[in-house]
Structure formats: structure tokens, C-alpha cells
Design a protein. Structure first.
Length: 381
């Protein structure tokens, strides 16, 4: 049985995320080893009692092959870090989700994208600027990423669809408990139009406050930049923007009326160094994309995976020297332009772990400096 099936089975257990999966694989040598380990050994690995109980119950109820069949019956695809179609932008994020559960077009997750987020209670003006920016970005060929929440998120998704573009919705719950339920129809339209609805949580996971914070990091990680179109102080959209800043994404905000409390969060971001934008043209300029980025048209039959330029924004000086950007620079120096190098040889040359090397290569792919070839080989462009 493929190792990825065991990854998906483990990630389908509530409470097993990136850190716990990494600990399990490190302890038992593989996801299969972890799945087949004794209850005593799993307990010794540090799994909390509730998580251990759910894992043992999952093992009694089905094997990984049956778990994969269940995903198929739910209309979901499982994508793991072991797969070539794992989103390259997200792969560059330290501690990225080891697996994603996807309804819709997996290929669209590799499109160059921009996150458009904001308040759940927008003003008429906020909705107008959201629709204009998101619609024009989608028409230019960029995918629009948001969180399927009420208000700005839903407006961004609808505008992208209205422009004939592609949009990706990231859930803060499992697919079987899509939240808010009132956006179920919108989720269906996103999938029908060649986009995707994704979650890192097992399909039965309930919506909880902590999950939405985790969701915000994925929204930021998928994108080249984050645009906050309207947000009061304390809005969850500010967390998305700050996650994006920590990941060296370009952060943009719509200034709005200075006296309006619903734009106070945007003003806060601007004071912290975000770029002021009022149109898609501003966004494209700040992302160093000269003019419309005609990367891929909407194609419900299968969007072609393409890349767009990175923003070129310098990372904050607080980024540690062993962080993903410095590691990517070191990896790039390990092979000459035009040279094709196998993944395992890059491990030998760099001394990086599999996870860190994968993250560095993902970042280089997004920048257009490295191209992934067949057979886990990499070409320096």
C-alpha cells in the first residue's frame, strides 16, 4: 500500500497535524510504521489520550485503503507533501499542512494567487472595492484565495467567479461541516467553475475558533500577497495579513475613510508598513507583475498549473539565518544553471532535512528559479 495512503489515514485523525505527524514518522520511520505501531509505543511517542483513542478507533474501523475510498465517496481528493501536485507556495511554509482534503480542481492550487480577505460585516463601500479588486485580479489570470466567510470573503469569491476566473476557498472546518452553511451554494459554484474548496482538517472536524486561525495561515501561505479590503481593529483578517508578513508575502490594504471604524484595521496595517492599494492595478504593480498576468484561463476541465513572478519583497531582518529564504538561497547555490539534480543528491549537497529541502525548493519554484522535473529531479533555470 502506498506510503501516502498512510499519511492520509493519519491526517484524517482529528488532532494529528504537522508536528505530531512529523514526530510519529521520525519515531517509527514511516507513516505506515506509525499506523501499525502498538498502542503502548504510540502512547510513549507522546500522543495525548484523546488523540490516541481516535487513532486506535480509526485503525479498528478501516485500513488506509478504505480511508482513501471514503474520501472518494465524499467527492474529495487527498493531497500530501509526498505528491507533486501539493501547492508549491504552501510547501514553502514551515510546518505546512502535511495533507489537504480537496473538493474540486487540485491543479488550480498551483496557480499564482492573491488572497483577498476582510471583515464579515462590510459596508457597501467595502463590498464595492472588494468586488472590483477581486474581479479584476481573477480576470487578469490570478487565482483569488479567501476563507469562504460571510462578508468580504464571500464577495471576493463571487467577484472572481463573475469575472470568469478561478477562486480557492480555505475552510476552518472539515468538509462535512462546511461553515457557514449559508455559503454551501457558493462552495458548489466555486468547484463547478474550476476552483477548489480545501481543508487541512479531517472531513468530520467541527468549526472551532482555533481552526479558523490555522486556516488564516494557509490562506496567506497559498498566495503571493494578501489584500485586506476592509477590516476593523481586531479582525481575523489582520491575523491573515500578519501571517503573510511572517512568510514574506506582500501585504496590501485599502485605506478607506480615515474616520471609519470598519477600516481601522487597514489603517493599522498601513502604519505597520503594508502597501496602500485601491485597485487590482496597484496589486499587480506591488507584486511586480507588469500588466495583466495572463497565466491561465478558467478551465473547469483542468486548469494548467503555472507560475507567476514572486513579489521580490525583501524579508524582514528578523527572519533567522536558517529560515526558509536563506535555505532557498543556499540550495540554489548548490547547482549550476541548466543542471538537473535528483532530490536525494540535493540532500547530500545541502545537508538539509527532507522537510526543509522541500520547503526551499518550493520557494525557488515560486520564484521561477527552479523547475521540478519527472522522477524527483530539479532543474535550475
Amino acid at each position: 500500500m502506498p506510503e501516502r495512503d498512510f499519511w492520509l489515514a493519519l491526517c484524517g485523525v482529528s488532532g494529528i497535524g504537522a508536528r505530531r505527524l512529523d514526530r510519529l514518522i521520525t519515531t517509527f520511520g514511516s507513516a505506515q510504521g506509525a499506523w501499525e505501531a502498538s498502542a503502548e509505543d504510540l502512547e510513549g511517542c507522546g500522543l495525548p489520550a484523546p488523540v490516541l483513542s481516535r487513532l486506535l478507533e480509526a485503525r479498528r474501523g478501516s485500513d488506509p485503503e478504505e480511508a482513501a475510498g471514503r474520501l472518494a465517496r465524499l467527492g474529495l481528493s487527498g493531497v500530501t507533501l509526498l505528491d507533486l501536485d501539493y501547492p508549491p507556495a504552501l510547501r514553502s511554509v514551515p510546518g505546512c499542512p502535511p495533507a489537504l482534503f480537496v473538493r474540486g480542481n487540485v491543479a488550480c492550487l498551483s496557480l499564482a494567487s492573491v488572497a483577498v480577505v476582510g471583515t464579515r460585516r462590510p459596508t457597501h463601500g467595502g463590498l464595492e472595492v472588494t468586488a472590483e479588486i477581486a474581479g479584476d485580479l481573477a480576470a487578469s489570470g490570478l487565482a483569488v484565495v479567501s476563507g469562504l466567510a460571510l462578508g468580504v470573503d464571500a464577495a471576493a469569491h463571487r467577484a472572481a467567479l463573475g469575472a470568469g476566473g478561478v477562486t480557492v476557498a480555505v475552510l476552518g472546518s472539515g468538509h462535512n461541516h462546511l461553515y457557514p452553511g449559508s455559503n454551501t451554494g457558493l462552495a458548489r459554484r466555486i468547484v463547478a467553475r474550476g476552483g477548489a474548496v480545501i481543508s487541512q482538517f479531517d472531513p468530520d472536524a467541527l468549526p472551532e475558533r482555533a481552526k479558523f486561525v490555522v486556516r488564516n495561515r494557509v490562506v496567506a501561505g497559498l498566495a503571493l500577497g494578501v489584500v485586506v479590503t476592509e477590516a476593523p481593529a481586531g479582525s481575523g483578517a489582520l491575523k491573515t495579513a500578519r501571517f503573510g508578513r511572517a512568510l514574506c508575502r506582500t501585504i496590501m490594504a485599502v485605506p478607506g475613510p480615515g474616520s471609519s471604524p470598519t477600516f481601522a484595521g487597514c489603517v493599522e496595517l498601513l502604519r505597520e508598513g503594508a502597501r496602500a492599494v485601491t485597485s487590482a492595478a496597484h496589486v499587480l504593480s506591488d507584486l511586480a507583475l507588469p500588466g495583466p498576468a495572463r497565466s491561465t484561463p478558467a478551465d473547469p476541465g483542468g486548469v494548467r498549473a503555472t507560475r507567476a513572478g514572486w513579489s521580490g519583497e525583501a524579508c524582514p531582518v528578523s527572519v533567522p539565518l536558517d529560515g526558509p529564504v536563506s535555505q532557498a538561497t543556499a540550495v540554489l547555490a548548490c547547482f549550476d544553471p541548466g543542471e538537473v539534480v535528483p532530490f536525494d543528491r540535493l540532500i547530500s549537497r545541502t545537508g538539509l532535512s527532507v522537510e526543509n529541502l522541500s520547503a526551499a525548493l518550493g520557494l525557488l519554484e515560486i520564484k521561477g528559479l527552479v523547475s521540478r522535473q519527472a522522477g524527483q529531479n530539479y532543474l535550475r533555470i
